[in-house]
Design a protein around this ligand. Sequence first.
Ligand code: FAD
Length: 366
Amino acid sequence: MYDVIVIGSGPAGCAASKKCAELGLRTLMVDRRLEIGAPLRDFEIVSRDGLQSLGIDIEKHWLDLSFRKIQIIFGNVRSTVILDDMEICSIEADKFEKHIAALSSRAGADIMIKTEAVSFVMERGTVSGVRLRSGNAENEEKCRIVIFAGGVDSPILHGIPELVYSGDRVVARTLQRRVVADFGKLDSIDLYPGDNLRHIFAVIPKGDNLANVVLVSRDASIDAVRYMNDFMDNVLKLKKWGSLQDVSSEVHSGKIPLKLGVPGLILTGESTGINHDNWVMGIENAYSSGVWAAEAAKKMIENGEFEELSEYRKKIMEVTGHIENRNFREKLDNLDADALRSRLTASGTLHFQMHGSLLDILEKFL
Ligand SMILES: Cc1cc2nc3c(=O)[nH]c(=O)nc-3n(C[C@H](O)[C@H](O)[C@H](O)COP(=O)(O)OP(=O)(O)OC[C@H]3O[C@@H](n4cnc5c(N)ncnc54)[C@H](O)[C@@H]3O)c2cc1C
């Protein structure tokens, strides 16, 4: 019997299973995906310091480029932000996920892909295992603690009514396109807010005439492909370009759980729902939360009883809660194009000592 079954092999699941194995717990991590790292789900931007502080050394085979410069381009106005104390990296997210899964395997965790957790096994109000489906076969796997790291869309959690309290809604639409074109020399991440400030495009260089062009819209009903094509033709004005990959997604607020766990079960990463009304938790915070979930699991196994996870919640809130207090959504709603234009014009080139938070830049212009 496993001590811990971790459901989900995203950043939170990999962190949790690695830490559990390091803490000497017999650990299994399962994912329903056909392959770890695919399909792609994120834009692939991380901070070098952030990852290193989590003990993940950046490896060349998944690092594309790193930057200290961000440009914000709004019509004819351009403002440059130089990051004095931070490097942001564009990475190959699929290879990154395989890398962190390998770290967890090396630490001693077992990993099974193409394996979906379909329901929890309950005994006297306590989660005591998981029902797993692999192809046509189903089996019950018992364990002492389940760590759920299944991300935002987690229907399996709805089987535990006391966890779930809020309705699901779509908060944004995204489209990322891997483009090959003659970009010339790109040495910055370029952001292009749309005229109505409801959407923003980002051009993230990947080297070798490749870049990810990303659209994030707060209006989930838009025709993202049409917006994207229009941006490529009329704003970037590339002579010739080809699309190697188009990944469109809706960002859901998810059904936000009231608690971070019930006896036998701990939620981690995006599945906690913390901060979904604002945006997403992000790779680094999801990873940190996975480590803390593993520590909480170890403690519960040692003490033989469920604890209320208040310390665990506090830690997650400390790293993600600062987003909540900044009212970004409200400030964005109140910002108009003229105000943004004059702020960008006034700022020219800005130097930033950000102590690790990209959100400081956003705040500067809101
Ligand atoms: C469009 C978009 C762009 C983003 N860009 C960035 C970015 O540039 N930088 C950044 O830091 N963050 C970014 N993020 C956020 C980042 O993707 C998330 O914070 C991170 O992936 C969360 O990790 P997680 O492990 O909690 O969940 P996920 O990464 O979502 O992993 C959940 C895993 O659980 C598996 N799973 C779910 N249910 C089950 C089940 N029942 N049985 C088995 N397996 C299951 C899924 O298959 C999945 O592999 C972006 C998010 C979106 C949506």
